[in-house]
Design a protein around this ligand. Structure first.
Ligand SMILES: CC(C)(COP(=O)(O)OP(=O)(O)OC[C@H]1O[C@@H](n2cnc3c(N)ncnc32)[C@H](O)[C@@H]1OP(=O)(O)O)[C@@H](O)C(=O)NCCC(=O)NCCS
Length: 174
């Protein structure tokens, strides 16, 4: 499984990606919308969880590799998430902080969105986040998603849910 964009390759995570992913997930600013940054054990289990998802679902969060340097600069992909009590396909992304605002998340998420509608039967795809996570919802909006739901919860105080239907995606691709 490999996806390619102009500047990026998305491929399955492997245990050898630990150092690059730990650098991203242990960073307090990157993880400011999570309960806390990941420690080493959590990054190992993150890799294991995604590798298990590839087997079970045929997708997961994939490693994002910068073609120019070959470095793993983040992850992006699809996981099944409980969003407001319903299990839905969610697109997620994390990019190394020194590389923010260069369009990498938008580029990676765009190809994942295409992949979902071309290779699965899902009728819609979602992204959900804490209401303060501007980078996350701006990336969702940049890829044609719109706010579909907003609710209060313990984890995020307020959770915002963005989504795009298959028909909306088809319209966007015309
Ligand atoms: C969310 C995240 C992946 C975005 O990565 P990125 O590579 O910087 O995003 P991009 O450069 O592709 O930007 C995508 C769009 O969002 C906008 N954007 C990104 N970060 C933004 C910010 N902090 N404030 C306002 N707009 C922002 C960009 O302007 C762009 O919109 P445009 O195409 O209309 O100009 C990155 O901020 C990150 O890793 N955050 C921490 C992890 C996280 O919270 N992930 C989401 C979990 S729900």
């Amino acid at each position: 499984m490999q996806l390619e964009t102009e500047r990026l390759i998305l491929r399955e995570m492997v245990p050898g990606d630990f150092d690059a992913l730990y650098r991203i997930f242990s960073d307090p600013e990157t993880m400011q919308h999570y309960p806390k940054p990941f420690d080493e054990a959590k990054v190992h289990s993150w890799i294991d969880w995604n590798r298990e998802n590839y087997q079970v679902f045929g997708f997961g969060l994939w490693a994002v590799v910068l073609k120019k340097t070959g470095e793993v600069i983040g992850d992006c992909g699809i996981t099944m998430q409980n969003i407001g009590g319903k299990i839905k396909p969610e697109i997620g992304y994390h990019i190394r902080r020194d590389l923010w605002r260069r369009g990498y998340a938008k580029e990676a998420a765009g190809i994942c969105q295409d992949w979902v509608f071309e290779h699965t039967t899902f009728g819609a795809l979602y992204s959900y986040m804490k209401y303060t996570n501007i980078g996350s919802y701006s990336t969702a909006i940049a890829n044609g998603m719109r706010l579909v739901e907003q609710f209060e919860d313990d984890a995020n105080t307020v959770t915002k849910v963005y989504g795009i239907t298959r028909d909306e995606w088809l319209e966007m691709k015309k």
